[in-house]
Design a protein around this ligand. Structure first.
Ligand SMILES: [Zn+2]
Length: 381
C-alpha cells in the first residue's frame, strides 16, 4: 500500500461540542481545519487573482470538473502541467466529480448503471459521464483532493429511489477507486449520500468506510432542505465517519451553517455563496448581511464592515463601493468579493480559536446575536 496523498491530523476536540481542530497535509502545503474553501468554478475564483486569494487567507480552493471538462478540456489542462500551474495557484486545490453539475445543469439525463447520459448546458451536445471518466478528468486536472462520482438526488426524493441511488453511488465509488491513477499525489474522497434517512446514511457510510478513502464528503445537503434538517442529518452522519480522516460538507457557506457544521464535527466546507452574493452587491458583515448597493448607503462614508480589517474595508467606503456597483465597474465586485471571502476565512480562524479555547458555543451565541440570527441551542451537548 502506498502512502495516501494527504494526511489528516486531529489536534484537539472541543470540550462541549463535536468540533475538531486539525490540519491537512497536502502536496501543496498544510492547512488548518475547520476550513472554508472559495470556489473557482472555471479555474478562477471570480474577480480574484491568486495573489489576492493568498492575501485574504485562502489555503485551498475548489474547482469544477464538469466546467473544466467542457472548457478548456482536461487535455489542455494536463498539457499546461495541471490546474495549479495553469491558473498559477500553488496552494491546495480540490475538484468535485462533475456529478452535481450533471444532475443540476445538464438536460435530459439518463442514469444507467454504467453512468449518466446527458446534453451539456452549453451547446446541447450529447455527453456521457461515468465514474471512470470523472476520475480520468480529475487525474488530468491534478487537484490535491478529488471527489468520487456520485448521484446527488433531491433531498425529498422517495425513500426507495434514494436507497437505490445510495447503492449505485457505492458501486460507482468502488469503480472510481479502481480507475484512480495517482493515489500518491491526489487523494480521492468518498461521498456519503442518503438524503434525510438515517439508515441510508448509515448504509452509505458503511459501504464507503470499508473502501478506506483518505477522506469523506457529506453530499446531498444544502439542496433545498431547511437548516434544521441539515443539522439533524449531520447529527447522525458525522459520527459514522472515522475520526482520523477529514470530513467535508459540500456546498455550505453561510456563516450560521458553517458554525453549526463545525459544531457537528465537519472539517471542510465550500460554497459559491460569498462570491455570488458579492456580485449582486451583498456583503456578509459582523452585523449581518448588508446590501451595499442599496440607496441608504449613497452617502455612507464608513467601511463595508466596521469590524473588518480587509483591504476593501481599510481603503474604501460603502458610498464608493455602491457607486462602482451602480455603474457596473468591475472594481466594485472585486471589493465585495474580496471582503466576503476575507470575512469567511477569518470567521473560520475565529472558530478555530474558539475550539482551542473550548468556548465555541459562547462564540456561536455572540456571533448569531450580532449577525441578527436566532440564537437557539444547537444541540444538547
Ligand atoms: Zn472587509
Amino acid at each position: 500500500m502506498s502512502e495516501p496523498a494527504i494526511k489528516y491530523r486531529l489536534i484537539k476536540k472541543e470540550k462541549h461540542t463535536g468540533a475538531r481542530l486539525g490540519e491537512i497535509i497536502t502536496p501543496h502545503g498544510t492547512f488548518p481545519t475547520p476550513i472554508f474553501m472559495p470556489v473557482g468554478t472555471q479555474a478562477t475564483v471570480k474577480a480574484m487573482s491568486p495573489e489576492e486569494l493568498e492575501e485574504l487567507g485562502a489555503d485551498i480552493i475548489l474547482s469544477n470538473t464538469y466546467h473544466l471538462w467542457l472548457r478548456p478540456g482536461e487535455d489542455l489542462v494536463r498539457e499546461a502541467g495541471g490546474l495549479h500551474k495553469f491558473m498559477n495557484w500553488h496552494k491546495g486545490i480540490l475538484t468535485d466529480s462533475g456529478g452535481f453539475q450533471v444532475f443540476s445543469l445538464a438536460e435530459l439525463r439518463n442514469i444507467t448503471e454504467e453512468g449518466v447520459h446527458f446534453k451539456n448546458h452549453l451547446n446541447g451536445h450529447q455527453m456521457f459521464l461515468s465514474p471512470e471518466k470523472a476520475i480520468h478528468i480529475e487525474n488530468a486536472l491534478g487537484a490535491d483532493i478529488m471527489m468520487s462520482f456520485d448521484e446527488c438526488p433531491p433531498f425529498f426524493e422517495s425513500y426507495d429511489y434514494i436507497k437505490k441511488s445510495v447503492e449505485r453511488t457505492s458501486r460507482w465509488a468502488e469503480r472510481g477507486l479502481k480507475a484512480h491513477q495517482n493515489p500518491e499525489t491526489q487523494a480521492l474522497f468518498g461521498i456519503v449520500q442518503g438524503g434525510g434517512h438515517k439508515d441510508l446514511r448509515q448504509q452509505s457510510a458503511r459501504d464507503l468506510v470499508a473502501m478506506d478513502f483518505p477522506g469523506y464528503s457529506i453530499g446531498g445537503l444544502s439542496v433545498g432542505e431547511s437548516k434544521a434538517e441539515m443539522n439533524h442529518v449531520l447529527d447522525f452522519t458525522t459520527p459514522l465517519l472515522p475520526e482520523n480522516k477529514p470530513r467535508y460538507l459540500m456546498g455550505v457557506g453561510s456563516p450560521d451553517a458553517l458554525i453549526d457544521g463545525v459544531i457537528r464535527g465537519v472539517d471542510m466546507f465550500d460554497c459559491v455563496l460569498p462570491t455570488r452574493i458579492a456580485r449582486n452587491g451583498t456583503c456578509m458583515t459582523s452585523h449581518g448581511r448588508l446590501v451595499v448597493k442599496n440607496a441608504q448607503y449613497e452617502h455612507d462614508f464608513g467601511p463595508i464592515d466596521d469590524q473588518c480589517d480587509c483591504y476593501a474595508c481599510r481603503n474604501y467606503t460603502r458610498a464608493y463601493v455602491r457607486h462602482l456597483l451602480k455603474v457596473n465597474e468591475t472594481m466594485g465586485i472585486r471589493l465585495t468579493s474580496y471582503h466576503n471571502l476575507y470575512f469567511l476565512t477569518h470567521l473560520m480562524q475565529k472558530i478555530r480559536q474558539a475550539i482551542l479555547d473550548d468556548n465555541l458555543l459562547e462564540f456561536r451565541e455572540d456571533f448569531f446575536d450580532q449577525y441578527g440570527l436566532n440564537v437557539k441551542n444547537p444541540k444538547n451537548f
